[in-house]
Design a protein around this ligand. Structure first.
Ligand SMILES: *Cc1c(COP(=O)(O)O)cnc(C)c1O
Length: 402
């Protein structure tokens, strides 16, 4: 390999470092949970309060899920060593697809290795150059990439700007789009803001467009029985396609899916490239997924705990004088402005035993750096009080609060 090329790559690494955007991974040595043990630069930090997992219902170390996975591992082995259509489909894959579909109120669903792949594989088989996709500016990277892989004409509207969405719908119609699909996250992950699904679905009806919602940050805990944002807003019948993950509230392992009308799922099974050309989910993951849905459907206690934690946490931070983005979702962003401040704050909080992540450009706009905290049902009141004390100390020492 040419020295010159490696030098070119090294220069990019230096640029990332100089811009203060180099990401260093802290290593967790315990289970994923409300409290974790973490290793940083060779130093062990025990029993740290974890405020940045997507483990909304605290199921990542749930015993029933672990037992289901263990049994499947012993009885069915490690993995399928095949894509689904060759010899990678077990009875349990179909069972999980049907169970997910029923849970979400759709005809059927199709599993992928991750939701990243589900979003990557959704658009290209369904739409072509005669068609249009209209996408929210804050959509997840995997939706953006999935749309790039599709030949449909692309339109983008500013986050949740319904006036602009309508303009784009009109524009697409005027340019003769055959079919139009609106694509949106159900919850925008950097802000914790909910997509305006009642307005979006109403506009979709008015202009005869399809609606695709990526509900990764909602399935399992938003809406009745955790059925997600379409159920939360009571517009389930007007959302055509849903994508989601087993990697967040539904147990925190891995796996993604698309749920929707039977013929669409059937076509995706024939054509979606990440499905056709990638390994089938391991049976133990599928077994845990089956139990996760059963647990989640009746987990009103966990959801109650999650939202009580969220309320306590939001009020506690607000009382201390921190600036939060408004909302009620368990994603609670603490706004700080500059990237450096977000990084310093995250580092100092870690020294105080609280694990948070700073987010800054390019993940969020310049000047809107933040610490994104996330609540989950396994955090106790004591954990949250401990974390508030740390936020108070660090906030004062950095001059963020008085
Ligand atoms: C986490 C997330 C994904 C990716 O899900 P994986 O299953 O981890 O690939 C996709 N979309 C959104 C909105 C997400 O939050």
């Amino acid at each position: 390999m040419g020295e010159k090329f490696l030098q070119h790559i090294e220069n990019q690494l230096s640029e990332i470092e100089q811009a203060g955007m180099y990401k260093r991974e802290r290593q967790i040595t315990s289970k994923q949970s409300g409290r974790i043990d973490v290793r940083l630069n060779g130093v062990e930090h025990d029993y740290v309060v974890n405020l940045c997992a997507n483990n909304y219902l605290g199921l990542a170390d749930n015993e029933q899920l672990v037992d289901a996975a263990k049994t499947a591992l012993e009885e069915q082995g490690l993995g399928m060593a095949s894509v689904r259509f060759i010899c990678g489909t077990k009875d349990t894959h179909r069972e999980l697809e049907q169970k997910l579909a029923k849970f979400l109120g759709k005809d059927d669903s199709i599993l992928f290795a991750a939701c990243f792949d589900a979003n990557g594989g959704l658009f290209e088989p369904l739409l072509s150059k005669e068609d249009a996709i209209i996408s929210d500016s804050l959509n997840h990277a995997s939706i953006i990439d999935g749309i790039r892989l599709c030949k449909a004409v692309r339109y983008r509207y500013q986050n949740s700007d319904m006036v602009e969405l309508e303009q784009k719908l009109i524009e697409a119609k005027e340019k003769g789009a055959r079919y139009i699909m609106i694509a949106t996250d159900g919850v925008f992950s950097m802000d914790g803001h909910l997509a305006k699904l009642p307005e979006i679905t109403a506009l979709a009806k008015k202009y005869n467009a399809l609606v695709m919602v990526d509900d990764c940050h909602a399935t399992g805990f938003m809406g009745p029985q955790g059925r997600g944002m379409p159920a939360h807003f009571n517009v389930s019948d007007d959302v055509d396609l849903l994508t989601g993950t087993l990697g967040k509230a539904l147990g925190g392992s891995i796996g993604g899916y698309i749920a929707g009308p039977q013929v669409i799922i059937d076509l995706l099974r024939q054509r979606a490239r990440p499905y056709l050309f990638s390994n089938s989910l391991p049976p133990m993951i599928v077994a845990a997924g089956l139990i996760a849905i059963e647990l989640v459907e009746v987990a009103d206690d966990l959801r109650l705990q999650l939202f009580e934690n969220t309320k306590f946490w939001r009020e506690g931070l607000t009382d201390l004088g921190f600036e939060l983005l408004d909302g009620s979702h368990p994603i609670v962003p603490v706004m700080l402005g500059e990237a450096k401040l977000a990084q310093d704050m995250a580092a100092q909080l870690f020294d105080e035993g609280v694990f948070v992540a700073g987010f800054f450009f390019p993940v969020v706009p310049k000047g809107l750096a933040r610490i994104r905290t996330q609540m989950n049902a396994s955090l106790t009141r004591e954990d949250l009080e401990f974390a508030l004390t740390a936020f108070e100390k660090v906030g004062k020492s950095l001059g963020i609060i008085k």
